[in-house]
Design a protein around this ligand. Structure first.
Ligand code: ADP
Length: 611
């Protein structure tokens, strides 16, 4: 099992990746915020400009309205309630920044009752005069509010008030008396809203205006109308929360608002716009400053950008990390595999070395065995040959007469000694082959001559058993180079076996060429070999069965040697046999001259010996 240490993967690279990812996300966030802030600035500037142009329009309208009002009042001496109502209602409805109009009459104190009575007769039913003492500005005239329009929002605040005695209106009064018929009051609270009054003096004598000044005794009243400053600026409530505005009249600060949010919230920036207007004889300076406050900013988009940046960073982090882990795992697996391969290679090398040692030992043992056998065979053959030689001399009566019984015993000695010699010869041949001491002597083969010679050798034996013996050369077109002695020994073994294991019929030897081989085929009509045993007949010292080997003498080495010789001659022996029918032994050999030429050229090109 492979263990992975995850702490390894918190590499420097991953940390840099996270830091860069978060950095880029933050940068994108702040960029987003700055875009939103600059958007908000542009929006504010646009709205402030709109507000200023509205103020300008409205001051122009007010001038127009004032003139209309003057015309209306001077058109008749007595304006009825219905006329006043209709006229002022129109004005208020058409100009939404006007809240109400008021008519304040100039009435001497002693004429109040009479004045009230006459006004009621003119239809001003809502009219009421409250007895009023204006303190230090005691005057013989009062300026009580006589009538409001629209009636619905009239306030009792103004009833019985002497407009001249109010601090906010005093200067305006002075102004209209001095040089003009209308003037702006200072801002004042009307029903909880910051408002201006526009005052217009009404005089029964039209000729007196505008340049002659107005004597209080000549005037019969003042027309006043209310403008709400917020209506004038028409700033939206969302903007108001972060907007401060300042109003100066003739260089004197008369009003300054403080945006509630600007006090408490975190400010991200502020912008300021201002404009000066001249209305009647009053110069008005408006200044609007906007604070971009934290709570006013729409953080959704920058936040979304930031979060997607984080998400992307997370994603890249995860995939990179898993990729790193995967490659680490692969690396570990690779290492593990190469470790195992190394181990196994070491083991294999070890095994190969010990096998080589065993092989060398076996080879050496085999060589020792072969050498021992060769030596022993030689030591045995010398005395055996003299036993055979002397037995023959004795048997032939060359060293004195031999009795019949003695001759029989001598024959037994001879047969056994010859068998023993054959065995020793075979063992010697086998060991020679195994120890690689056999040399090949190549020469051109005369097939016909060889077969003829074999026929001469075996015909007597065959005749003894009443067997036929013949040979046939089927194809002798090409010359064959081979080792005559080895080939002859193979054929002698096979033909001797064929005669030995055949009791009736005969033996036939054929010669032909097959593919790149030359073949000698020995066909007999003998006892045959069972299929099961066929597999073993080429083994050393193998004889088909004990009883058979008793019937047919032998060493069990003939086929083993023949097969090895056939291999030396570049071929092999094949056998086909059926029990009770006969056997066919085919000896295939190569043209050794051809083989030799090939071997030499191979040797030259490889510069090494091929065995
Ligand atoms: P041996 O010296 O006993 O003949 P071989 O190696 O020549 O030894 O033969 C091995 C055995 O194969 C023989 O013992 C025999 O049983 C069988 N064999 C060989 N040639 C023939 C044949 N032509 N027909 C039947 N059996 C055979």
């Amino acid at each position: 099992m492979l263990e992975i240490d995850t702490s390894e993967y918190r590499s420097k690279y991953l940390i840099i990746l996270i830091v860069v990812g978060i950095g880029i996300s933050l940068l994108a966030f702040f960029l987003g915020v700055s875009v939103v802030v600059s958007d908000s600035k542009k929006d504010f500037q646009r709205r402030a400009e709109q507000a200023f142009s509205r103020i300008e329009n409205r001051f122009e309208l007010l001038t127009q309205i004032d003139e209309d009002l003057a015309q209306f009042f001077y058109a008749s001496d007595e304006v009825t309630s219905a006329e006043f109502s209709q006229f002022t209602r129109q004005i208020v409805e058409r100009n939404d920044f006007l809240r109400q109009t008021m008519l304040a009459n100039v009435v001497p104190k002693n004429e109040l009752k009479l004045f009230e009575f006459s006004k009621r007769e003119q239809g001003y039913t809502g009219y009421k005069v409250k007895s009023f003492e204006s303190g230090k500005n005691t005057s013989k005239y009062l300026y009580p509010i006589e009538y409001y329009e629209p009636v619905s929002i009239q306030s009792s605040l103004w009833f019985g008030k002497d407009l001249r005695s109010l601090a906010e209106t005093q200067e305006a009064f002075e102004q209209i008396h001095r040089d003009s018929f209308f003037a702006l009051s200072d801002p004042m609270d009307v029903n909880g809203r910051l408002s201006f009054l526009i005052l217009h003096a009404l005089s029964p004598d039209a000729d007196m205006r505008p340049d002659s000044g107005l004597d209080e005794s000549d005037a019969y009243g003042v027309l006043a109308y209310v403008i709400d400053i917020n209506d004038l600026l028409e700033l939206s409530s969302s903007l108001l929360s972060s907007v401060t505005y300042k109003v100066e009249m003739d260089g004197r600060e008369v009003f300054k608002s403080q945006a509630p949010n600007a006090l408490n919230s975190l400010k991200l920036g502020s912008f300021l716009v201002n404009r000066t207007f001249v209305f009647s004889n009053t110069s008005m300076y408006f200044e609007i400053s906007h604070y971009v406050v934290f709570s006013d900013i729409d953080f959704l988009l920058p936040l979304l950008i930031f979060l997607s940046g984080l998400l992307m960073t997370g994603f890249i982090y995860a995939t990179t990390r898993s990729e790193l882990m995967r490659s680490q795992l692969l690396e570990q697996q690779k290492n593990e595999v190469s470790r195992q391969v190394k181990n196994q290679t070491r083991q294999l090398r070890h095994q190969a070395a010990s096998l080589a040692l065993t092989r060398d030992q076996a080879l050496k043992a085999n060589q020792t065995k072969s050498t021992f056998l060769a030596n022993m065979s030689h030591e045995l053959r010398t005395p055996l040959n003299s036993i055979i030689g002397f037995s023959e001399i004795l048997g032939k009566g060359m060293s004195g007469p031999v009795e019949e019984e003695q001759k029989k015993q001598l024959d037994i000695i001879l047969v056994n000694a010859r068998g023993l010699l054959a065995l020793i010869n075979n063992v010697l041949d086998l060991s020679k082959v195994e120890s690689g001491k056999v040399e090949i002597d190549i020469g051109l083969l005369d097939v016909e001559a060889m077969l003829k010679n074999l026929e001469e050798t075996f015909i007597p034996l065959a005749k003894e058993k009443n067997l036929t013996f013949e040979y046939e050369i089927k194809d002798n077109s090409k010359p064959v180079y081979t080792d005559h002695e080895k080939l002859r020994q193979i054929l002698v073994n096979l033909i001797a076996n064929a005669i030995k294991f055949t009791n009736e019929g005969g033996i036939k030897v054929e010669f032909f060429s097959h593919l790149e081989y030359y073949c000698f085929r020995i066909i007999d009509t003998g006892i045959g070999i069972s299929r099961q045993k066929l597999r073993n007949i080429f083994d050393d010292f193998y004889q088909v069965e004990g009883s058979a080997s008793r019937t047919y003498e032998g060493t069990g080495l003939g086929l083993a040697i023949s097969q090895r010789f056939a291999e030396l001659l570049g071929g092999f022996i094949n056998v086909e046999s059926e029990e009770g029918v006969g056997s066919i032994f085919s000896v295939y050999i190569s043209d050794l001259d051809d083989m030799e030429t090939r071997r030499k050229s191979l040797e030259e090109s490889n510069k090494k010996t091929v065995t």
